[in-house]
Write a protein that binds this ligand. Structure first.
Ligand SMILES: [Zn+2]
Length: 453
């Protein structure tokens, strides 16, 4: 039965890339001259153009010369890093701890709730332009922790995208701040748990093993368990995290998380650059997702995760940007080059970073949304993008990854739709937002933040 209220959009004449998966197996289809019918926030039908030509709809979008595919997903992001762009005050660092000490921990301590909201708005709007419709964020603002996730959630709602939010608990700023972090997670998780708002989800955030002591970790696990929620935590990003865990706790980072009950199918361990085989086996056994962030790892010179080995050992590996960009096309391409270099073999490392963003991120996101994110299928979420692309060589499901890496990732996103709402049409933003004012507000907040830095 058709819901009389539901808005209907017909996207016609496109080349539809479904990126479907069936029981964990890729079943991607490339469908020429197909239409996608959207009803409300769901995909109602995907059919040859002729079959849907007479359908009554509220809006028609012509996708001739375009590819229609699912909106992309960013599985590890930090909105709060936005206001650092162009900051020249941070001393350069010679190792990862120096990057945190000289830049990020000096910055996040000075953030206000206004900074949190605006620094989320900027990348969210950019995400619409780059065709990223779902972002899994990890937030820190130690002296404005309480209320920060609701401030960011407001920005997510305003842009019409989907995001999973968490607050990164740590002991680095003392007991009160650790308590604030724990309570911020608990309160925000509770606010999303009915699932009624399909734009927002929550995880329990932890900064990293080396900043979370035993007592705080135990409290976080107890709280997350009561809320039936997984974690989002930086894991063995630099070798120093392992050195700290071995020296302080007598175990490696992933073993420590396992002993405390942090791992599991709804937990995301970001990075895992420095993990050994035993740790990979634990991640695989527990169904924990690893999120690879190749550009960030190169930028911080911490190494490159061996995602081929992870895949071989049965670990689910997604792709994130760690705030280097919201452009998943760029991250995926960088991931390919980094992995080939990591493997020291030009014949290995091509497909894995691309599969991470195209297929594994869909599995990860759907652990929280459970509505077919990252795939175009009837009944699934109407999150999709149109890209300018007339394939210059034959295109089918067997060679799609090549077209994605060297063609689609180099073209323009034309239209972005999330939850059945058109957020950008023909490269023009359709949301109610004064972009010039947003940028001007952001510059003002940044200037004030830099003065406090
Ligand atoms: Zn991160």
């Amino acid at each position: 039965m058709k819901d009389a209220q539901a808005f209907r959009i017909l996207i016609r004449n496109g080349t539809v890339i479904t990126l479907e998966q069936n029981s964990g197996r890729v079943a991607n289809r490339v469908l020429e001259r197909h239409s996608v019918l959207i009803e409300g926030d769901r995909i109602k039908k995907i059919s040859p153009d002729v079959d849907l030509a007479q359908t009554q709809v509220d809006q028609t979008i012509d996708a001739a010369g375009k590819v229609v595919m699912p909106g992309l997903i960013n599985a590890h992001m930090h909105f709060y890093s936005t206001l650092v762009r162009g900051l020249t005050k941070a001393e350069s660092a010679s190792d990862f701890q120096g990057v945190l000490d000289n830049l990020w921990w000096r910055l996040d301590r000075k953030l206000t709730l206004d900074d949190c909201r605006v620094s989320a708005m900027i990348p969210l709007v950019d995400a619409i332009r780059k065709g990223t419709t779902t972002l899994i964020d990890h937030h820190a603002s130690p002296f404005a922790a309480r209320g920060s996730l609701q401030a960011i959630a407001g920005a997510v709602k305003q842009t019409g995208l989907r995001a999973s939010l968490c607050y990164e608990v740590s002991d680095r700023d003392g007991n009160q701040v650790a308590n604030d972090g724990l309570n911020e997670n608990i309160e925000f998780i509770k606010s999303t748990q009915s699932g009624a708002d399909s734009h927002l989800r929550a995880l329990f955030g932890l900064h990293a093993s080396f900043t979370v002591g035993e007592k705080t970790l135990a409290r976080a696990v107890e709280a997350a368990r009561a809320l039936n929620t997984g974690f989002h935590v930086h894991t063995a990003e630099a070798a120093s995290d392992q050195e700290h865990a071995l020296k302080t706790f007598g175990v490696r980072v992933v073993e420590r998380f396992h002993e405390h009950g942090v791992l599991g199918p709804t937990t995301i361990c970001a990075h895992c650059v420095h993990v050994d085989d035993r740790e990979l086996a634990l991640l695989a056994q527990t169904g924990t997702a690893v999120v690879h962030n190749p550009q960030s790892n190169m930028n911080n010179a911490v190494g490159t995760a061996d995602i081929l080995k992870m895949k071989n050992m049965g670990v689910l590996v997604g792709l994130g940007t760690d705030a280097m960009t919201v452009n998943m096309f760029e991250e995926a391409r960088s991931g390919v080059w980094a992995q080939k270099l990591r493997q020291q073999d030009p014949g290995r490392g091509f497909s894995e970073p691309l599969e991470a963003v195209l297929f594994n991120n869909a599995i990860i996101a759907d652990r929280y949304w459970n509505m077919g994110l990252g795939q175009l299928r009837e009944g699934g979420a109407a999150d999709l993008i149109l890209l300018d692309y007339e394939a210059p060589t034959p295109l089918d499901s067997s060679n799609f990854l090549g077209h994605f890496c060297f063609g689609l990732a180099q073209t323009q996103v034309d239209t972005t739709i999330c939850a059945g709402r058109v957020l950008m049409l023909r490269k023009k933003l359709m949301i109610d937002l004064d972009e010039a004012k947003l940028a001007s507000d952001s510059r003002q907040l940044a200037a004030s933040l830099w003065a406090r830095f």
